[in-house]
Write a protein that binds this ligand. Structure first.
Ligand code: ZN
Length: 465
């Protein structure tokens, strides 16, 4: 270094000298840094043997990574390279990039300092690819992304594309702008559009292409969930889908096939029950009174009367009423053979099931007359009563009404007959009066459940407390 400084000083001095004695002497230079002063007339001769009269021809600028520059003789270049100098400024500098698109060239030693204030080494560090719905792509500076977003560009390819599906199971990725065109040639937006869930009786589910549905049906699968299962309901408002094969098991632990009505279990409730119907003219009036007051009751029907009265049975179910089995022809079951008991029960079950889709879940034996063998034949819980109005004997609406009001209590099962016009007439005022006195008028099933009983086949119940 000391040597080069001396050379430069010499160059300066000679330049001054040359300007004074230009006519007589010329300083000439060699690649290795030597210099001589020759007469102007000898310059041409010296040039031919490797001397130069322009110092720039024998020197070059070299660069350091910290930004220093120095002029050295060409003959010294290798020596300088060995101690960390470089021939080209490009060797000691690098381009850096800012997120807003600015670029600068910095010396290598400054890179870390620039990084610390938000500059980046690579263009890819400060740019991103953005996507348009029609498939175009552009590279933008990160700082410009919000502006591009505002004019309809998106950050991710997934923002401007969607997967589409064909009926034969293929899928493709298309730009949003092309979706409509693909729809027009038989592609669908979702896999759900080209497939269907199928169900097995044992509860398995699979999703298959729609074109395969018929083939699956042929081997025991169903495309309707209701074909293998149904919704069941609990008194506390839960719903559960259960396999048809499980319905009976769920009923046994307090689940219902129809949605139970809202009942406040902390408030009084009782069950109005009507036997021996239905009878079109009078049962209709009882149902009218129940419907007008949002109340429900249980109808223990005779099979012989249920036959041909499908509409009335359907209305009972629609109003949330319960249908019980009161035998087919109202015999004293104790006087019948086992086969005839079974006939009385089964016939009525079939008629009701044909009318409303399900059979009665409870039995009331005519005259309250039953035995353990009758119960085992019926295979249903037996429902008796705790308040007997004797409405069949006292055919007087006012009497029936007053009798019920006097004997009503929380948990009672009240026995009446919907075949008598006087009883039907009494309901018009009795039902709203019971409600006014705080009673919830519920079905037998509801009363049992809210009072904490699970109705069991082979048992008889006359009230729920
Ligand atoms: Zn009866």
């Amino acid at each position: 270094m000391r040597k080069i400084m001396a050379v430069l000083l010499a160059i300066t001095v000679c330049f001054l000298t040359a300007s004074v004695h230009a006519q007589e002497k010329v300083v000439m230079y060699a690649m290795d840094g030597r210099e001589i002063t020759v007469p102007a007339s000898d310059v041409e001769a010296y040039r031919k043997v490797g001397w130069y009269d322009d110092i720039a021809a024998v020197t070059t600028i070299m660069y350091a990574t910290d930004g220093r520059q120095t002029r050295v003789f060409v003959g010294e270049k290798e020596e300088y390279k060995n101690v960390g100098w470089f021939e080209n400024i490009g060797d000691v500098t690098r381009k850096m990039y800012a997120a807003d698109g600015r670029q600068i060239t910095v010396f290598l030693d400054e890179i870390q300092a620039y990084r610390d204030v938000g500059w980046y080494d690579n263009l890819s560090d400060v740019t991103r690819t953005m996507y348009a719905a029609d498939g175009r792509q552009i590279t933008v500076f990160i700082g410009d992304m919000p502006a591009y977003r505002n004019v309809g560009w998106y950050d991710n390819l997934s923002d401007v594309t969607k997967t589409m599906y064909s009926m034969d199971g293929r899928k493709i990725m298309v730009y949003l702008a092309d979706v409509e065109a693909f729809r027009n040639v038989g592609w669908y937006d979702s896999f759900e559009d080209v497939s269907a869930v199928m169900y097995a009786l044992d509860g398995r589910e699979i999703r298959v292409l729609k074109r395969d549905v018929e083939a699956y049906k042929a081997v025991g699968w169903y495309d309707d969930v209701n074909a293998v299962s149904k919704l069941m309901y609990s008194m506390d408002g839960r719903q559960l889908r259960v396999l048809h094969s499980e319905v009976e098991a769920y009923k046994a632990v307090g689940w219902y096939e129809t949605k139970p009505y809202a009942v406040d279990p902390s408030k009084p409730m009782l069950a109005l029950t009507f036997d021996d119907g239905p009878k079109a003219a009078t049962t209709k009036l009882v149902l009218d009174a129940l419907e007008q007051n949002g109340a429900r009751a249980t109808f223990f029907v005779l099979g012989s009367n249920a036959k041909g009265n499908t509409e009335i049975l359907e209305r009972m179910v629609k109003l949330g009423c319960q249908i019980g089995n009161h035998s087919y022809g109202h015999p004293d079951l104790k006087t019948l053979s086992d086969a005839n008991v079974a006939y009385q029960i089964d016939q009525t079950e079939e008629i009701v099931k044909k009318a409303v889709g399900f059979e009665p879940s409870v039995v009331r034996p005519p005259y309250g007359s039953y035995s353990s063998s009758i119960m085992s034949i019926a295979e249903k819980p037996f429902i008796l009563w705790s308040v007997d109005t004797l409405d069949w004997k006292y055919r007087d609406a006012e009497y029936v009404k007053n009798y019920v009001l006097e004997h009503a209590y929380d948990g009672a099962i009240i026995l009446m007959h919907d075949i008598h016009a006087t009883t039907a007439e009494a309901m018009k005022s009795l039902i709203p009066e019971l409600i006014a006195r705080g009673y919830q008028l519920v079905t037998v099933d509801e009363l049992a459940m809210h009072k904490g009983h699970i109705l069991t086949a082979g048992k008889a119940y006359s009230q729920f407390r």
